[in-house]
Design a protein around this ligand. Structure first.
Ligand SMILES: N[C@@H](CCC(=O)N[C@@H](CS)C(=O)NCC(=O)O)C(=O)O
Length: 211
């Protein structure tokens, strides 16, 4: 398994968390963030992560995560076998990717509405409520929901001092946790302690303080 990446990539961290959960190793392939030509030559697009596995070349983190779930059925899963429980988690991941992520993307691009800022901040209450009586977003075990959301939500509490990516600063500015978000803070710390596989620059985060 080879994992193509740039430093501090949120979407790469999702895959690195999933690989480690399954006990898989991966060879990191570092890409120059300012020269995506090797990624474009391999995949026809510029984004990382890209996963090479057994001759297959896969990009787009939700697609890679789905591939890992199906390609290694004997390794620890990130989705429950029970169909309704499985769909609940996939609905969360779809919402996170197709809805939640739009506001910070628009803020980073400069073309945002005031409601984007309010929506992003208000979403913290939703995650906090999901964590009532649970160690992870969908219960007592790590799932695809945690792996999908953590690399973004973590910026409310931890931020590597060497990570100067603008999008990550937007997340840090708008998701800064306050003492109403103790469960979310504990979840970030629990998630941040998990291993990543095949990722450079992972888990060297520095805790912030309450906003
Ligand atoms: N939907 C893709 C998005 C990939 C993406 O935006 N990756 C970022 C790094 S986290 C990147 O490479 N951006 C530069 C670009 O797309 O040109 C995924 O989830 O993997």
């Amino acid at each position: 398994v080879r994992l193509w990446q740039i430093p501090y990539s949120t979407n790469v961290e999702r895959v690195a968390l999933a690989l480690a959960h399954k006990g898989l190793e991966a060879e990191p392939v570092l890409v120059d963030p300012d020269d995506r030509s090797p990624v474009r030559a391999l995949t026809g697009q510029d984004g990382v992560p890209v996963l090479e596995h057994d001759g297959a070349v896969i990009f787009d983190s939700p697609v890679i995560l789905a591939h890992l779930e199906s390609a290694f059925p004997d390794l620890p899963p990130l989705l429950p076998a029970d169909p309704p429980r499985r769909q609940e988690i996939l609905v969360f991941c779809d919402w996170f990717n197709r809805v939640w992520k739009l506001a910070p993307n628009r803020i980073a691009d400069g073309g945002f509405e005031p409601s984007d800022v309010a929506d992003l901040r208000a979403s913290l209450d939703r995650f906090e409520a999901l964590l009532e009586g649970r160690d992870f977003l969908y219960g007592g075990a790590l799932t695809l929901a945690d792996v999908t959301a953590f690399p973004f939500l973590k910026y409310g509490w931890v931020h590597d001092p060497d990570d100067d990516e603008r999008f990550h600063q937007v997340l840090a500015d708008h998701l800064a946790l306050d003492p109403r978000h103790v469960r979310l803070r504990n979840w970030v710390e629990r998630m941040d302690a998990l291993p990543r596989a095949g990722m450079r620059d992972a888990a060297s985060n520095t805790a912030r303080s309450w906003s």
